[in-house]
Design a protein around this ligand. Structure first.
Ligand SMILES: [Zn+2]
Length: 130
């Protein structure tokens, strides 16, 4: 069964988190935080959880595209913290191999430094900036 997010069904631009590439060994997921137009936290978490639950025990890689990320987005930091907390859960993090950040800028670095104290595990060790 393919997960369908109710909010994205109404407006496909609501969230930007999807499976980008399906390979034998691992799946690659893509997320562009700026592209998601709906900032409702519960909706975002529900979307990500739904998509990741379909991964079903496969290793995965996350590409985080921060194209266009600005001070306007950094004020939604509580959403970012909750997303990182969700992905840090054992069921997801244990299969997560890499987080590749592309189109980074100074705001992204501020964001990462702000989130770090809220996340107790090794998820930041998997992050590479490109
Ligand atoms: Zn959605």
């Amino acid at each position: 069964m393919v997960f369908e997010c109710d909010m994205c069904k109404k407006d496909p631009k609501s969230h930007s988190f999807f499976k980008y590439c399906d390979e034998k060994e691992r799946n690659t997921y893509y997320c562009c935080p700026v592209k998601g137009t709906n900032t409702n936290q519960e909706g975002i978490l529900n979307h990500i959880k739904g998509v990741l639950d379909e991964n079903n025990g496969k290793k995965w890689i996350l590409i985080l595209d921060f194209k266009g990320y600005s001070i306007k987005k950094i004020i939604e930091i509580s959403n970012s913290i909750e997303i990182v907390k969700l992905v840090s859960r054992e069921e997801y993090n244990s299969l997560l191999e890499q987080v590749n950040i592309i189109n980074s800028n100074n705001y992204v670095k501020i964001l990462c430094n702000t989130i770090k104290p809220y996340v107790s595990n090794d998820i930041f060790d998997k992050v590479t900036f490109y």
